[in-house]
Design a protein around this ligand. Structure first.
Ligand SMILES: *[C@@H]1O[C@H](CO)[C@@H](O)[C@H](O)[C@H]1NC(C)=O
Ligand SMILES: *[C@@H]1O[C@H](CO)[C@@H](O)[C@H](O)[C@H]1NC(C)=O
Length: 486
């Protein structure tokens, strides 16, 4: 480990008035709202047909996931699903992972089959797995056969099975067979309930519920967990392990970067829906999400601005009571929002890594700001409630020219420390992209194109703390700093 003063900070000019945060020393104190932290809250969703390719043909996949396991001690959760799960039929006789044909390698297939090896591969992953199966085609016995095989192959690491992806779109052309006689939130809820019971009972989930219900992308409450729960009886509820929703906020780099924008997106879409699920005593997850739908936007999704959105979005989601956030990875070679690919890293991996590092081994976390401003501060606590880390985020937009810095004044830091250590997450600006020669850097570290192997030292800055427990951290526009209190 290398210790170094922040030369970058010294060069910045403090242009703004300081923002001050009083740091709670214990989880539960200071009048803040505290949320539990999952052992591995940041996960990856792999588009159904592309999943075998990610694990057999994209070198970076294992390493990118292992880098997070090294931080948290747990393999990140994965989910296999997406639009193509509702186009996929299980073929027990097939020796291939997946079979399909496409006119252009950048396309997703309109129909496909998959064999038992697909589920064997899912079972070889070290972390929890959610498997998304087909409801759209209305072939219940095929889905039951696949679910049974998933239980056999994935075993204890099978966290849940989804029955259908974004079912609100089943009545859009090409209309899915299950929606041919009409479709609505009521009809979908009746269908989900019936399928959850049928598939759940077929796989013997009486002792351990295994269904991940919901999985819509359209906004709650019309398409949301609260309306589904209202239509579920006790036998159906007994099958449900988690409720999931999807989310792609979209928009520009500037819009995504905005902390007020991200806070409002999470709060307005999810606060009430999450509360309805937590009342059932079950976890709420973002089962599939990323910056811009449809694989991402070329000028938005691969940028450092989107990386900081990824970080802030994870933290605001966890603060809102969401357990896990699965970032979607689509067609290999045609995926703007992907964190990694065969040849290059996406900047958002760095934001997800900073969020993972901040939440690692935490039992609870809180937000110290109200979500309405540009400057965010979060605190994480260990399972005994003691302060672990702070994450400070300056969401002022910076692209080029002179970069303003915002002083974050921290009060109430634990006594007896003359300095605390910090890692800075930075890049040339909001539009910086690793595939264009401007890799972000997190505490001196970058991740290599094609392999995801960390390069560079573990560089900490030292922040002096006064005898009264006060410190000032300078955070540049479009930058974040992770402060370690242990
Ligand atoms: C692996 O990548 C190569 C090169 O793009 C491709 O031709 C091949 O079909 C891929 N294999 C799988 C299993 O995806
Ligand atoms: C519960 O709901 C399911 C699905 O709608 C239905 O098939 C089942 O009969 C209901 N059970 C009871 C006890 O009402």
């Amino acid at each position: 480990m290398e210790m170094r003063t922040a030369w970058a900070t010294l060069l910045m000019t403090a242009a703004a008035a300081a923002v001050t945060f009083t740091i709670p020393s214990q989880s539960g104190s200071g009048g803040y709202k505290y949320s539990p932290v999952d052992p591995a809250p940041v996960g990856i969703s792999f588009e159904f047909f592309a999943f075998p390719s990610y694990f057999t043909n994209v070198t970076a996949t294992q390493q990118c996931l292992a880098n997070w396991r090294d931080l948290t001690g747990a393999w990140p959760p994965i989910r296999i699903g997406g639009t193509t799960q509702d186009r996929a039929l299980y073929d027990a006789a097939s020796s291939a992972y997946v079979t399909y044909s496409v006119a252009d390698p950048r396309d997703a297939p309109m129909s496909l089959t998959y064999g038992p090896r697909f589920l064997t591969l899912a079972g070889q992953y070290g972390g929890s797995v959610v498997v998304g199966l087909n409801r759209g085609r209305n072939q219940l016995s095929n889905t039951i056969e696949a679910a049974k095989r998933a239980v056999a192959e994935v075993g204890d690491r099978l966290l849940a099975i989804e029955l259908g992806n974004e079912p609100e779109y089943y009545d859009r052309a090409p209309v899915q067979p299950i929606a041919r006689n009409g479709w609505s939130p009521d009809l979908d809820a009746a269908s989900q309930n019936e399928w959850h019971l049928a598939v759940g009972r077929a796989i013997g989930s009486d002792e351990m519920p295994l269904m991940q219900a919901g999985n819509w992308n359209d906004s709650p409450p019309k398409w949301g967990a609260a309306q589904l729960i209202a239509k579920q009886n006790a036998s159906v509820k007994a099958q449900v392990r988690t409720y999931a929703h999807h989310n792609y906020p979209g928009g520009s780099v500037r819009g995504l970067l905005s902390h007020a924008g991200t806070s409002a997106n999470v709060r307005s879409r999810f606060e009430a829906d999450v509360a309805a699920v937590l009342r059932e005593g079950k976890p709420y997850v973002l089962g599939e999400t990323n910056s811009v739908s449809g694989g991402g936007a070329a000028d938005v999704s691969p940028t450092f601005g989107a990386a900081l959105w990824t970080m802030d979005y994870v933290l605001r989601a966890v603060y809102t009571g969401i357990s896990r956030i699965y970032f979607h990875h689509g067609t290999v070679g045609n995926c703007q929002y992907c964190f990694w690919g065969r040849y290059s890293m996406g900047a958002p991996y760095y934001g997800a890594t900073a969020a993972t590092a901040f939440l690692a081994q935490a039992g609870t976390m809180t937000a110290l700001d109200d979500g309405n401003g540009a400057y965010a501060a979060y605190a994480s606590f260990d399972t005994s409630g003691a302060l672990l880390r702070l994450l400070l985020f300056n969401s002022d937009y910076y692209e080029s020219g002179s970069r303003n810095a915002q002083p974050f004044v921290l009060r109430g830091l634990p006594a007896g420390k003359a300095v605390v250590r910090a890692k800075r997450l930075t890049a040339a600006g909001a539009l910086a992209r690793q595939d264009r020669g401007q890799a972000p850097i997190f505490g001196g570290r970058t991740f290599a194109d094609g392999t995801c192997i960390p390069a560079g030292g573990d560089v900490f800055e030292e922040v002096p703390v006064s005898a009264a427990g006060e410190a000032t951290v300078s955070v540049g526009a479009t930058e974040a700093v992770l402060v370690y209190l242990r």
